[in-house]
Design a protein around this ligand. Structure first.
Ligand SMILES: Nc1ncnc2c1ncn2[C@@H]1O[C@H](COP(=O)(O)OP(=O)(O)OP(=O)(O)O)[C@@H](O)[C@H]1O
Length: 474
């Protein structure tokens, strides 16, 4: 673990450096803002003690800067009796707490150790992990990272920025953050910034006074006020005009808003979660998105990977959506044909989870006798993966019945694994690989078992046994 101590007082730095006794924790010390920013940029800082006098540098807030490099990092502010009020205010910037100097080195060490232990043993994290891991979110390293962050971010009031392709689940995750926060019983208000006409954005968000513009026939609450006490989810944040960005930034700094046409300001307690599928660094370079607002929103950043990079989640999502739509459509689904299972497992999902959701809804409408068949899936899904697999699989070999290794050609072809068998990083069990390969063969041979057995180089009896072992019904 890397701990940073930033204090402009050399005596403090010298004293802590000479007495620091945690051998498994590297201590970085800095005396000024330039060194502070450089150290954050060059090292993975897990924990920082920062004197309040070094909190802002050229208008950039060091906590946001640190969290944009390591969203898991924790900050404890150091202050004196006379600056304690200021430190308390600064907690809303994302610091966990503050300590009033003089502070014993032992205390600094204990605080850092406690944080480190908390990271590993947070019980709410474990509960959440048990509940979601391997189910709806998936157990890939990226999703585990998101879960870890969710647990830490949710109880705070910090803003969160969620990025990811369209339909990947940004709003779904924002709702989890809200549900896990102390605001869970307060409103969650979602707004798509790109769906509101430019001339109405300000009044929609901040409200308006009667007569403030043509059409303002009565006083109107804005969405910020609707979300008071709870969470405001701003989707497509990259589409906000620069003028509205300034107002949002002002809110994030002061928690105050003003209705259009009013002079009076209102203090509101609203947590902001913003999302985008646009590249905000490009938008900042093009000056269409304010850098200061970006750092404010980006206190915590969650990047949701596309569904094609977490295929292991597909079966749980399919089950979840089946349960959801069965009720709606009053139908009972008992099985999914192997060919349809294969198509669902190998499709690329450019529209991510939303596309999978629509596919299942569509399939349930068309399904007959409680079965989802290949023909119940949209055409792009049923035809594309098979075509890819056919193109990539080596020409069928005639195996002798004694050939014991039917998967040799597949295992040695990494391209086939990447497309037909999911993410190249994914390691499935040999048993699962065998099942998928048999399903693929059944598809290619249109269910003709004699041909499947022949092309797999096994006897019909062995094929029957394997179909039974893998519970493949045909
Ligand atoms: N992990 C998940 N488990 C269950 N349902 C999910 C999951 N992720 C997303 N969904 C569902 O998929 C649909 C699309 O998700 P969501 O609206 O959160 O995506 P988004 O990234 O916010 O999309 P956009 O960028 O278009 O706004 C929603 O109906 C959502 O409930």
């Amino acid at each position: 673990m890397n701990v940073l101590l930033a204090d402009a007082d050399r005596r403090v730095i010298d004293h802590v450096t000479s007495t620091w006794s945690l051998s498994d924790v590297s201590l970085f010390t800095v005396l000024n803002s330039t060194a502070l920013f450089n150290t954050i940029e060059e090292n993975h800082i897990d924990f920082a003690f920062i004197d309040i006098s070094l909190l802002l540098h050229k208008d950039v807030d060091v906590i946001s800067f640190l969290k944009s490099h390591n969203p898991d990092a924790e900050v404890i502010l150091l202050c004196t009796q006379s600056t304690a009020k200021e430190a308390e205010k600064a907690l809303s910037h994302g610091a966990a707490s503050y300590l009033v100097k003089p502070v014993e080195v032992r205390t600094l060490e204990d605080v850092a150790k406690k944080y480190l232990q908390g990271l590993e043993h947070s019980s709410s994290y474990r509960e959440l992990q048990d509940h979601l891991l391997g189910n709806l979110l998936g157990d890939t390293p990226e999703m585990q990272k998101i879960l870890r962050l969710l647990n830490k971010v949710a109880p705070t009031t910090s803003s969160v920025l969620i990025t990811g392709e369209s339909g990947s689940g940004k709003e779904f995750i924002a709702r989890i953050v809200h549900r896990l926060s102390k605001r869970a019983n307060e409103p969650f208000v979602a707004v798509n910034c790109s769906a509101i006409p430019e001339n109405l954005v300000e009044s929609e968000l901040f409200g308006s006074k009667k007569g403030s513009f043509t059409g303002a026939t009565a006083d109107k609450k804005g969405l910020f006020e609707e979300a008071n006490g709870g969470t405001l989810f701003l989707d497509e944040i990259g589409d906000l005009s620069l003028a509205t960005q300034v107002k949002l930034l002002r809110f994030l700094q002061s928690h105050e808003t003003r209705r259009v046409g009013e002079t009076e300001t209102r203090y509101l307690d609203v947590r902001i979660i913003a999302a985008t599928n646009a590249d905000l660094s490009k938008a900042m370079a093009n000056k269409t998105f304010r850098e200061d607002l970006y750092y404010r929103l980006n206190t915590f950043h969650l990047n949701v990977p596309p569904l094609r990079e977490r295929r292991s989640t597909i079966p749980s999502l399919v089950k979840y959506f089946i349960l959801q739509f069965e009720k709606e459509q009053n139908k009972l689904i008992q099985k999914i044909e192997p060919a349809a299972q294969m198509a669902l497992a190998t499709y690329n999902y450019p529209g991510n989870v939303r596309e999978l959701e629509n596919i299942i809804e569509h399939a349930i409408v068309l399904s007959e006798n409680g079965t989802i068949r290949l023909e119940d899936l949209p055409e792009e899904l049923s035809s594309q993966p098979l075509r890819q697999n056919k193109e990539l699989l080596p020409a069928p070999k005639k195996h002798s019945p004694s050939n014991e290794e039917p998967f040799e050609s597949v295992q040695s072809n990494s391209e086939v694994k990447a497309i037909g068998y999911g993410n190249p990083e994914e390691i499935i069990t040999l048993d699962e690989l065998e099942k998928r390969h048999i399903l693929h063969a059944l598809d290619v041979c249109k269910g003709n078992k004699t041909e499947v057995a022949e092309r797999l180089g096994i006897s019909r009896a062995t094929l029957w046994r394997k179909l039974k072992d893998h519970k493949i019904e045909i």
